[in-house]
Design a protein around this ligand. Structure first.
Ligand SMILES: [Zn+2]
Length: 398
């Protein structure tokens, strides 16, 4: 489902203040031309960018669409501190939501698309309590928005793999049911058996020829050790380019020399990293990772759920948070955050986005005269385009 489209009057990034507005012609789902005052070919729809900044569409490289309560009556946060209590709190409450997992995931994915993201990697919890119910809800949301966004789903063992008998079998069932990747969670810190945990994750990945995306909150020496274990398995299985470490707090909690070693290891094995611009943990060494050639993506993580009241589906908002959390003021650094939130996340998902002729016509138009101004203002998106078709306008999906 690709389309032709002419977008009038936008400022493609990188744009200089005062640069002339151009039109963008999309043909067959790809960008075909940038020029002022283009004539639309017959029958090609024409939309007005109204002088906004043109960016590659956003990518949410780390979401949890299965747990969201966005759009539902607000519930006060009820979890205690620590991962185990957050997990238990979710388990106590998720079945009493006012809407099904599919309805909630569908609504939040709509908000995410309306905010300009046309690529999303969502984790879906798979455990002995919920079975495949949450996964099926996320798959239904993906189906509902097919044509508006490219969505990958990770079978995510939120409650560990080895702590609860039957989880490994459920993960395999999730892959057969439509999950794209195998997830993992703190193989040492939560499951307390990093080798056993990762052998299940990579064993399933090898058997079913899927990528992996491991949540690694463990920091310091323990986290660094697990990064090495992941690299060993990627090398042994020839899985370069198919593995992601999410959060990767180890990178920001070891000393400089060790950090350099880990960044080089990730680059050598082409292992991607995603961050959610965490509020309470040290930010990742973004510049060092990108300089080394590591693919870095940004995600929302949980979106107003039993884990946290934060998150609103808006990846431009999250890009602002990444810049703010890192203390960035210079335009080039703010723009780096936008690059991570757009092209970077797409690269994590193995996709190439951009603003050159021939790039996929996955685009977003944001009011603003420069990219940094657009990030600071975070106005509703004028247009969101996926594969050459308008999928959202003025902050609402179409
Ligand atoms: Zn997560």
């Amino acid at each position: 489902m690709t389309g032709d489209l002419l977008i009038r009057s936008v400022r493609p990034w990188p744009n200089l203040p005062g640069a002339p507005l151009v039109d963008v012609l999309c043909e067959g789902g790809h960008v075909a031309a940038f020029a002022p005052d283009l004539d639309p070919p017959p029958a090609v729809p024409v939309v007005d960018g109204r002088g906004g900044v043109l960016l590659p569409a956003f990518t949410d490289a780390h979401a949890h669409l299965d747990s969201t309560r966005l759009g539902l009556p607000f519930r006060p946060h009820s979890a205690g501190a620590g991962l185990a209590d957050l997990i238990e709190n979710d388990r106590r409450n998720w079945r009493s939501a006012e809407a099904s997992v599919a309805q909630r995931a569908t609504y939040t994915l709509a908000r995410t698309i309306a905010g300009g993201a046309t690529h999303v990697r969502s984790h879906a919890q798979v455990d002995v309590d919920s079975g495949l119910e949450k996964l099926e809800g996320v798959l239904a949301a993906r189906e509902e928005h097919r044509g508006r966004a490219h969505v990958e789903v990770v079978a995510f063992p939120q409650c560990g793999i080895l702590r609860e008998k039957g989880t490994a079998e459920l993960l395999e069932a999730a892959l057969r049911a439509g999950a794209d990747l195998v997830g993992g969670l703190d193989p040492a810190g939560y499951d307390r058996d990093p080798v056993g945990h990762l052998d299940v994750v990579f064993g399933l990945a090898e058997k079913h020829q899927r990528g992996v995306d491991v949540h690694l909150h463990d920091g310091g020496t323990l986290g660094a050790f697990q990064v090495e274990l992941i690299c060993e398995r990627v090398r042994a299985l020839g899985m370069q380019g198919q593995a992601t470490v999410s959060h990767a707090f180890a990178l920001s909690t070891v000393d400089g020399e060790r950090q350099r070693e880990l960044v080089e290891l990730l680059a050598e094995h082409d292992i991607a990293v995603t961050t959610v611009a965490p509020g309470v943990r040290e930010p990742l060494p973004l510049r060092e990772l990108r300089r080394a050639g590591v693919r870095v993506g940004l995600g929302q993580d949980g979106i107003r759920d039993y884990w946290s009241p934060y998150g609103n589906g808006d990846m431009l908002d999250r890009a602002w948070q990444l810049a703010y959390r890192n203390g960035f003021r210079r335009d080039d650094l703010v723009e780096m955050c936008v690059d991570i939130a757009t092209r970077g996340g797409a690269a994590v998902m193995g996709r190439t986005l951009g603003l050159t002729e021939g790039s996929p016509a996955d685009l977003v138009v944001v009011p603003g005269d420069t990219v940094t101004a657009a990030v600071m203002d975070r106005a509703p998106r004028t247009l969101v385009v996926h594969a050459g078709r308008v999928v959202a306008a003025e902050g609402e999906i179409v």
